[in-house]
Design a protein around this ligand. Sequence first.
Ligand code: ZN
Length: 1011
Amino acid sequence: MTSIRFKLFIFLILVTFSNSAQNVNECGSPFKNCNLGKPGMINVHIVPHTHDDAGWLKTVDQYYYGANTGQQLASVQYVLDTVINELEKDPTKRFVYVEMAFMSRWWKEQDEKMKQLVRVLVNEGRLEFVIGAWVMEDEATPYYNDMIDQQTLGLNFILKEFGKCARPRTAWQIDPFGHSREQGSLFAQFGFDSLFLGRIDYQDSDYRTETKSREMIWQSSANLGEAGRIFTGILPNGYNPPPGFCFDIYCDDDPIMDDEDLDDYNVDEKIKKFLDYTHKQATWYKTKNLIMTMGSDFQYSNAHMWYKNLDKLIHYINKQQENGSDVNIFYSTPACYMYSLNKENVTWPLKYDDFFPYAHRPHAFWTGYFTSRSALKDYVRKTNNYLQIVRQLATFAGLSDDETKNSINLLEKEMGILQHHDAVSGTERQHVANDYSKRLARGINKCLNVIYKAFDHLTSKLFSLNNEPIFMCPLMNISQCIEIEGFERFSLIMYNPLPREVTTWVRLPVIDSNYIVYDFESEDKVQTQISEVYNETKLIPERNSKANYDLVWKSVQRPLGIKLYSVQKTSRKESIIQKSENLNLNNEHLELNFDQNGNLINIKNKHSSVSTPLKQFYCIYESMPGNNSESKFQASGAYVFRPMKNSCMPLEVREYRVQNGPLFDEIHQVYNEWISQTIRLYKGEKNAEFEWQVGPIDVDDKIGKEIVIKFDSDLKSNSLFYTDSNGREILKRKRDYRPTWILNQTESIAGNYYPINTRIFVRDEPGRINRNNALRQLTLVTDRSHGGSSINDGSIEVMLHRRMLNDDALGVSEPLNEKGSDGKGLIIKGNIKVLFDTVENSAALHRELSHQVNNKPLLIFTRLDKNEELKKLSSWTAVKENLPLNLHLLTLMKDYDQESEITNSFLVRLEHFYEKEEDKELSQPVSVDLREYFSKSFNIVGVEELALGANMKVEELNERLKWYSDSELDNLILKHENNEKNKIKRQDSNDNPFLFTLYPMQIRTFRLWYL
Ligand SMILES: [Zn+2]
């Protein structure tokens, strides 16, 4: 007994106080093997690389093996095979690799000898991991939770297989079509020293070339100070080699032919071309260090070809130094290039905004993919919700078996792949999109067993002893739950993944209207209301259900807790639909008024006594067709949004039906044969729900169409509107304007579109109206990513669905024409929540609401409905209380690779989800005692704080290279911030090692040990 206690005591001391004791420099300088060139010369860092899409024209599996050559010749396995072979032969050679989704597959196939060789290459800096995430993710459409997860997955694969010294220092987003500010901020928090980008808007690029500002410091968080800034460089030629120097089997350029006796001798010509290009490139950048990316999509599957020619190039170019050439070229890596920049004694320009939208020529704005494949985007978002729940349940239930671990890991990997810049972006071919969906479904199904086991563990083997299965209903959005359709009695188990009490509305598809619902815990009968499943939904060809109604009730969910309901069919009608002639939707907070034709015309917030005329409708853009041969013939396609006209065709309500009831009022509106919506106002809710259904988009007239939902108010928005960045910070947008260069606007609609991951709003801008009036804000909270804009003052539009008959000639070579199961065109349903309040009140509303939309309770069904163990489950919670209102439990997952003999561990990420000055109270710093918070489930004995990727201690972030901005003022501000930070640190490390304070938009990552 004494010895165990002693051990524990030592352990406690170790885990709580070891952080600073650990020598973080045991790897030596990560740049120790870098060639930094020759002083005074133009030093050209030749960076051999490959760009391996995790699915695009072929599926990710086909790309790995090189199958399906009819679509594209590309094969990742041979890239890694042949590159390693070349690197082994010559210690001067370098290569960089990005996608751990491919690397991990290849790794699995290697024997120990090969693994050892690769570890040596990595250690010596000859093979360098850049980004090191699972994939090179899209930046416009992923949700930040997914971005953090897929980066963490890759970084921890590297840590496990290659050790801490292999940690990537450079991020490398060379192909994504525009860049989000949150992405930059996350990279900084993961500990990256720099970020390199391949694509920025052509006007931005020209401006930066002219002003030598292609390399900069990006202050990519408005809240985090230095912790949210990253050195960022724009590569000279996308990610391709200089023109004429592509030496891959997929390229047309001539090799270097250096036998003077042969007719085709081309060394002189190649030298001249290369030196000319180098001198031109040197005028674009601030220092004499240059980078040249030698590689492109799926290149190096015959690495010898590239390296043999690069060897010759290096030899002949450097030989020119004997004739006075000032150009020195050598094999290098992005980290070494970055380090050589860092060593220069120069300051850099600052950037505060983001890199959206991206256009590569006047009529080609890549703003269509913000919405492309809207159903896939929804599926990805919902799967994140599910993954977080599975992780939480497995942690609280203490599941540590291999099957659980592998199931969760499978889903994490599939979600990782879905973040790729041709996956969730919707820019892949149809067969690849199908493969992505299949992957998600496979991961989801596998994890149902984890949920089953978790429930079994939380009870005395409730399900396994009774030999009872559990069911999920993944198609409830189309009012289908065939899994329980025939049951007369069943139970619904709900689990709330949010760390606070939430109210949700359960909508259960049922065949008949006669059901009674009991709260399992109190045994009280619950008030229900039914609503009709409308014909538009019933006719969805993928739907296979006899349900005629949705049975609806209000459910209050405990934080991280379970709630159970028993549902029973009765003989008498319990609930009837009350048709109403009253054309208002009303509750305690909001009033929505409609004209006699059923069109929304006004909204009022009763609490804040603000109102606005609000015309809401659907509008159709006709897609530009074209052969893409010139900018003016650019077609709208999977990437590009280009409407034919600078306005859309508005639709008005054709038919409508109103229903009033004790729990909610709703109006169902039909706009045409393929657009309908239900506006719903639940009692007590501060938002109105707009459930939209669009499709099959009619293209019988041979014209592609892009459908938006529009809200026109009288808010004095003064050309401004606001959109979120990957679900976190809000960016201010101004029509026909870019903060960092003078925009020549060439597309008045598409050029004003921005990504919306979770919300968009307009508000009364100060100074434009009477000071005595409260400033109003109209906010839309979405359930998935979309493109959207404010084309006129007071107006918001969000693109919901698009279907085209032309390709936009950016590689996918297939029109975005989702046909659905009957081949007639895909129907998509979704949900937008509308908030209308004062500016002052709005942040608290949309911040909380967005978390509720993205972290809905899990719904599991079982036939068991009478059982003491079930009763026990019905009151189960993991924690005693709510987390503070401004804290989100972003991650809670078991730490499978870290288990020790005497303790277990799990990972927690806490997020302060308010920005500075957004809300009087909720924007304040907040503290939490982690040991106390989890004390109902765990006896926590140790804590260590980690960097965002959970692959290193948080202190190691201090090793990030320092960069100095052009602005003296900025450098002063930073100094001040650092002083403040040190004060905070001292506060943090007071008596209680488990007490942590979070500041606006801060995410802190912890490993907790428990007995
Ligand atoms: Zn790509």
